[in-house]
Design a protein around this ligand. Sequence first.
Ligand code: NAI
Length: 299
Amino acid sequence: MSISFDGRVAIVTGAGGGLGRCYALELARRGAKLVVNDLGGATDGSGQSDAAARVVDEIRAGGGTAIASGASVTDPGEVQAMVEEAASALGGVHILINNAGILRDRSFANMEIEDFRAVVDVHLVGSANCTKAVWEIMRSQAYGRILMTSSSTGLYGNFGQANYGAAKMGLVGFARTLALEGAKYDIRVNTIAPNAATRMTESLFPPELLGKFRPELVAPAALFLVSEAAPTNHVVGAGAGVIQAAFVTLTRGIALAEDDCTPEAVADGWDRIIDRDGEIVPKSGVEQTMSILQRLQGN
Ligand code: NAI
């Protein structure tokens, strides 16, 4: 199977460097017209630069079509203007990769609430701003592919990243709901949890592993997840060529009688509550409620 993006218009946010740049270059190489978005700031979100324009130059030098956008994903007006320009200059929007991100790492005890808000604003609200601006276009053309960028921190936690973890798991819930709402318009929504040595993470990797965790080895999973053949509603881990899927499971748990539904009974049943034998993966929130009803019927 060969995967082509001929005739598709893609917006990649935060594509002035790191992973987003790799996604944009590879999408362009495979025929997509690109909006390369990037504010061009430092890892903590401060400052601005022409990072997006430099990636546009690279794409054009390779024979591709691209326009630069310096919009901040946190500004709904700037985002709307970016999407309108994509639609008029490039002929639509078929793919959105919400990739822009910043870090303000500190243990929660030392974290100012402003650093919590700033991180949630860029990753979570920024992704909502961009998605909102393309949603109606994708619905009316009955085609769309959206990729959110989560993180192992969102899925599993990481010391010093309470703000980032909250934003990144928020994106999973956002994507899961959009996957359900977009299904009948062939809008497929997935989430990637990448692992790559970029300016954001390179200090975390031992030097001998930097070469293995090249961002280019994440791009194939991202591209598949925004291709015509993409699945929907999946969370995919990708790093160093290892591609995995993450699921939020639900154990069978215990069913307490109404007159025995006490904290003590929960304590007594704890080992069975967390026993993973027979766990399921609900496909929606409603399915969790259904699983409760099934237990009440003795199944
Ligand atoms: P990066 O720092 O190279 O890329 C992030 C880009 O987003 C930067 O170019 C930055 O200028 C841009 N950006 C920041 N705020 C923006 C705003 N308000 N509007 C527009 N652009 C903005 O880092 P990297 O690693 O490429 O990160 C890409 C995404 O992957 C981020 O969402 C990050 O959280 C996520 N991620 C990366 C991991 C890794 O191992 N590198 C691990 C897990 C998640």
